[in-house]
Design a protein around this ligand. Structure first.
Ligand code: PMM
Length: 288
C-alpha cells in the first residue's frame, strides 16, 4: 500500500491521527465544550498526549445549517490557541475557509491549512497557500453549510466527487500550489447524505486514483448516529459514537487513508496501528 509523506507534516509508518480542537460555542460534535482559550489549549495538549500526531484548530462551526461568524471573531478564537500549541512544538492545522485567518494562523506557527471549501469560499486563500508553500487539505465542497444539504444530489457520488476534486486540484495547482502539498478530502457530511458518505468510504480506492493522499473526517458525524439507532428509532447521541468512529478509523486506515481526523485520539491511535500491522503483514514474508 502507498505510504504518503507530505513535506512539513509528521512521517509515520501508518495513518496519521489529527485531533480536533473546535474553539466554537456551537460545533455539532462537542457542543462548545472547549470554547475558552485555556480549555482549548489544554484540549490540544491532551489530544497529543493521547496519541494525536497533529491537531486541527477551528473557530467556525460547519455543522449543517450553521451560520457564519465574522472574520474578527474567528481570529479572536483561533489565533491565540494556534500560537500556544505551536509554541509547545505541536504540529497545528488551521481549519478555516478565510485567507486572513489562514495567514494569521501561519504567522502564529500553524503548519497546515485545512480548508473545507477547497478554495471556493475565498479564492485568495489558494494564493496564500501557494506563496507560503504549506500543506493544504482540499475538501470537496458545494457551498456554505447553511443550506448545503440541498446540494446533496449526485448521479454517482464517488464518480462526481472524484471529478469535482480533480477539477479543484487542477485549479489550485494552476494557481501555484505545489501538488505534493495537497491532501484531498471527500468532505463526509458536506452536501452528502449517509448513503453518500458510506459510498465514498467504501470506494476509497477511486479517490486514491486521483494520485494524492486522502484525509477522512467521519468522527461523531450524524451518519454514524443514524446507523446505530436506539430501540425507539432515535439516532445514537453524538457522545456515544466513539466506538463507531474508531471502527471507521481502522477501516479507513486499512484501506489506505493518509490521515483520520477525530475528536478523541486514544482509540483511533490504536486503530491505525492495528490497521498498519494488518496491511504490512500482507507484503512481508513470514518465516515458518
Ligand atoms: N468536518 C468538520 C470540520 N472540519 N475538515 C475536513 N478536512 N474534513 C471534514 O470532513 C471536516 C473538517 C465538521 O465539524 P467537526 O469539527 O465538528 O467534526
Amino acid at each position: 500500500m502507498t505510504r504518503w509523506a507530505v513535506p512539513g507534516l509528521p512521517v509515520r509508518d501508518r495513518a496519521l491521527v489529527m485531533g480536533v480542537v473546535n474553539v466554537t460555542p456551537d460545533s455539532f460534535s462537542d457542543g462548545g465544550e472547549f470554547f475558552d482559550l485555556e480549555t482549548a489549549v489544554e484540549r490540544g495538549r491532551e489530544l497529543m498526549r493521547t496519541g494525536a500526531d497533529l491537531v486541527d484548530v477551528g473557530g467556525e462551526s460547519t455543522r449543517p445549517g450553521a451560520v457564519r461568524v465574522d472574520a474578527e471573531e474567528e481570529l479572536r478564537r483561533v489565533i491565540p490557541v494556534v500560537a500556544k500549541l505551536a509554541a509547545d512544538g505541536i504540529p497545528v492545522a488551521v481549519d478555516t475557509t478565510r485567507a486572513e485567518v489562514a495567514a494569521e494562523a501561519l504567522g502564529a506557527g500553524a503548519v497546515l491549512v485545512n480548508d473545507v471549501s477547497g478554495g471556493l469560499a475565498e479564492p485568495e486563500l489558494v494564493g496564500l497557500v501557494a506563496a507560503a508553500g504549506v500543506p493544504y487539505v482540499l475538501m470537496h465542497w458545494r457551498g456554505p453549510s447553511v443550506d448545503m444539504q440541498s446540494r446533496a444530489v449526485y448521479d454517482d457520488v464517488v464518480t462526481d466527487v472524484s471529478r469535482e476534486l480533480a477539477a479543484r486540484l487542477d485549479e489550485v495547482v494552476a494557481a501555484g500550489v505545489d501538488p505534493e502539498l495537497v491532501i484531498l478530502d471527500p468532505g463526509l457530511g458536506f452536501a452528502k447524505t449517509a448513503e453518500h458518505n458510506w459510498a465514498l468510504l467504501s470506494r476509497l480506492g477511486e479517490l486514491h486514483a486521483l494520485g494524492r493522499p486522502v484525509l477522512l473526517a467521519a468522527s461523531r458525524k450524524a451518519f454514524l448516529g443514524r446507523l446505530l439507532p436506539a430501540a425507539d428509532g432515535t439516532a445514537r447521541p453524538v457522545g456515544d459514537r466513539e466506538d463507531a468512529t474508531t471502527a471507521v478509523s481502522a477501516l479507513a486506515a486499512a484501506n489506505g487513508a493518509y490521515c483520520v481526523r477525530v475528536h478523541e485520539a486514544a482509540a483511533t491511535a490504536d486503530a491505525v496501528r492495528v490497521a498498519a500491522a494488518w496491511t504490512n503483514a500482507r507484503t512481508k514474508p513470514v518465516a515458518r
